[in-house]
Design a protein around this ligand. Sequence first.
Ligand SMILES: Cc1cc2nc3c(=O)[nH]c(=O)nc-3n(C[C@H](O)[C@H](O)[C@H](O)COP(=O)(O)OP(=O)(O)OC[C@H]3O[C@@H](n4cnc5c(N)ncnc54)[C@H](O)[C@@H]3O)c2cc1C
Length: 201
Amino acid sequence: MRALGSARTPQSARRRWLPPAWALDAAAAIEVARFGAAEGWSCAQLVAALEAAGDAVASGGFPLTPVAGMQGGIVATNLLTGNTRTPTYAGIPSVVFTTPPLARVGLDEAEARAQGLHVTTRHEDTSGWYSSRRVALPHTGFKTLVEDGTERVLGAHLLGLHAEEVINIFALAIRAGLTTRVLKDMVYAYPTSASDVSYMV
Ligand SMILES: Cc1cc2nc3c(=O)[nH]c(=O)nc-3n(C[C@H](O)[C@H](O)[C@H](O)COP(=O)(O)OP(=O)(O)OC[C@H]3O[C@@H](n4cnc5c(N)ncnc54)[C@H](O)[C@@H]3O)c2cc1C
């Protein structure tokens, strides 16, 4: 089976013949349907053989380059070895490349509440911190979500210098299930934006 790409808007009416786990966006679903018709495959045969990666997948993850890469690697492995791998969408960072950058990873408060999680939220205006003052950034800040009891980091939202890099530390913490203690005990290079992380959790 080939990999499919491109187009974004999911149109459930056009993919209703696919089970939810295989939800594709509209253009990809049409491609699959055309392929099936040309090959004389039944719907069941198509679904059994289907692998998809990248923006064509409407059922998980953000439409981002690294997500497409992760899904592509998993599809390649599964084509070669059978269905041995599934994607993990927790802790995938995204960035708005403004000045300063705005970055997020993991859950926000509403998502944590919806999942019934008990979290402690920390947030602060960091415009008075050295890392912001030395480059005269008047509007910077952060919010972090930490699960009560386990002390695992569940979410981070950053606005500030190098937020697009620092967010990767929080992404690693979420994907690896690290606790705030690990982030606090870490010895960071100084002075760096990452060295602020220990004050954010
Ligand atoms: C303006 C813009 C900015 C972005 N910035 C970022 C960013 O900063 N960071 C980030 O992580 N992501 C960014 N993205 C998202 C990122 O580009 C996509 O998530 C990623 O490219 C998805 O990879 P893909 O392989 O699924 O699809 P694509 O990269 O779109 O590749 C699909 C390929 O399939 C080809 N194709 C389509 N239909 C057919 C067909 N019928 N037959 C043969 N070939 C076909 C297309 O020509 C294309 O080459 C941005 C996207 C846009 C549009």
